[in-house]
Design a protein around this ligand. Structure first.
Ligand SMILES: Nc1ncnc2c1ncn2[C@@H]1O[C@H](COP(=O)(O)OP(=O)(O)OP(=O)(O)O)[C@@H](O)[C@H]1O
Ligand SMILES: [Mg+2]
Length: 390
């Protein structure tokens, strides 16, 4: 289990490489290759929500550029990665670039590093021979704190003899639009590559891919699916998904410890459920748990109905059958059709579902308006066993 936790650790670089980011990676790679080939400077801005693989993908691109240049018999570009949150002050970014360009030269107090760079890139004689790939991660820090530094940084790519390929990485998509027009007016608008949040299928593929180093199936397929769906619906943050999976492994280990009869086993839906409940406390889940019992049973009936079929709509009549089934299995007397239909209207008013129009009540279309995993989650985590696992 230690190896499993290792494979799922956020600091572990997946040994089998990166999946689901081929398109974004190839756009960045092509951009860098073109700059290296034509010996010209350029700026690129990568943005996207947390945990969408930006840092990982760009680090891999950086290595690919070096490998490619080497394979092509070109001079390998220098490369420098800077994380803005670890800068002592924002201007330190320029001294780091300067130090990479002049590794043997001691910093002289003559001119500030930024001016030295500007001078260097303005004259053919002083221009560096090699290209320099600079990856500036967590750039939000500069966007909010020191716009001037940010502009100066991108402006470095516009000097006639500049050799800088600048890749800025940040979360802020909206902030980007606030600073991009300014860069555009300065004639150094970077190419923008956006990393979209991971979908449910991508999250589950990535976890499976990372677990390929383990020789057996660690997670019950349903458990993985539940985690992927929940995280995708909430944020699409891979870091969160990995954290929840690790936490589910810990729940599994704790259970194993308590009952020594079980030697081997897999991480199940229930383990994942507990891990998810620790990680998420959704407002939707809370409001489901506050509903009267019969309304909760209607939502469960709806979740059970959609569990079997891919389509996300049913009729009031069908839903009523599923509700009666739950009532029977839990020995709770069911309410009549009129009251049932009123309950559904209340749930619809509260935004849990949507009710279509029809002359006949039983034929009204019902659609779920909340995430099915929230219903599963609400009832599974609190020991309501009328729900079929999704
Ligand atoms: N496609 C992927 N394949 C394997 N692991 C991935 C993938 N995408 C992300 N991860 C993992 O998810 C975690 C978060 O990824 P990463 O740090 O690259 O995100 P980020 O977009 O840079 O986030 P932030 O904006 O918070 O800096 C890392 O542990 C990384 O290894
Ligand atoms: Mg990052």
């Amino acid at each position: 289990m230690q190896a499993v936790k290792e494979a799922l650790h956020v600091a572990t670089v997946p040994s089998s490489g990166l999946i689901c980011r081929d398109d974004e990676q190839s756009r960045v790679l092509e951009f860098c290759k073109a700059c290296v080939e034509q010996e010209r400077a350029g700026g690129l801005y990568v943005c996207g929500c947390p945990g969408t693989g930006k840092t990982l993908a760009i680090n891999m691109v950086k290595e690919s550029v070096k490998r490619w240049a080497n394979d092509m018999g070109m001079e390998t570009p220098d490369a420098l990665s800077i994380n803005c949150t670890s800068l002592a002050n924002t201007h330190e970014i320029f001294s780091k670039i300067l130090a990479t360009l002049q590794p043997r030269k001691k910093a002289t107090g003559k001119l500030p590093p930024l001016q030295q760079l500007q001078t260097m890139f303005s004259h053919k004689e002083s221009a560096p021979r090699r290209m320099l790939l600079v990856v500036v991660d967590e750039m939000d820090y500069l966007i909010t704190r020191d716009r001037a530094v940010l502009h100066d940084l991108f402006l470095l790519t516009t000097y006639q003899f500049s050799r800088c390929i600048l890749i800025g990485i940040a979360n802020a998509i909206d902030l980007a639009y606030r600073f991009l027009p300014k860069l555009e007016s300065l004639n150094c608008k970077p190419l923008v590559v956006t990393f979209r949040a991971y979908s449910k299928d991508q999250i589950s593929d990535i976890i499976k891919h990372r677990l390929k180093v383990i020789e057996y199936d660690v997670f019950e397929p349903m458990a993985l699916e539940f985690c992927a769906r929940k995280v995708a619906a909430a944020s699409g943050d891979m870091r969160k998904a990995l954290g929840v999976c690790r936490s589910a492994v810990e729940v599994f280990e704790a259970r194993l410890h308590e009952s020594s009869d079980q030697e081997f086993g897999v991480v199940t839906f229930d383990h994942m459920d507990i891990a998810l409940s620790k990680a998420f406390k959704s407002a939707v889940v809370d409001s489901i748990l506050c509903l009267p019992q019969h309304q909760q049973m209607v939502l469960c009936a709806l979740a059970n109905t959609f569990h079997h079929c891919k389509k996300k709509a049913t009729t009031l009549g069908e839903l009523n059958k599923s509700y009666i089934e739950i009532c029977r299995s839990t020995q709770v007397p069911a309410v009549g059709m009129l009251e049932f239909s009123n309950m559904c209207m209340v749930l619809s008013d509260q935004g849990f579902m949507k009710l279509g129009q029809s002359k006949e009540d039983k034929l009204r279309i019902v659609m779920l308006k909340i995430d099915i995993s929230d219903i599963n989650f609400a009832f599974k985590a609190f020991d309501f066993y009328w729900i079929k696992p999704s």
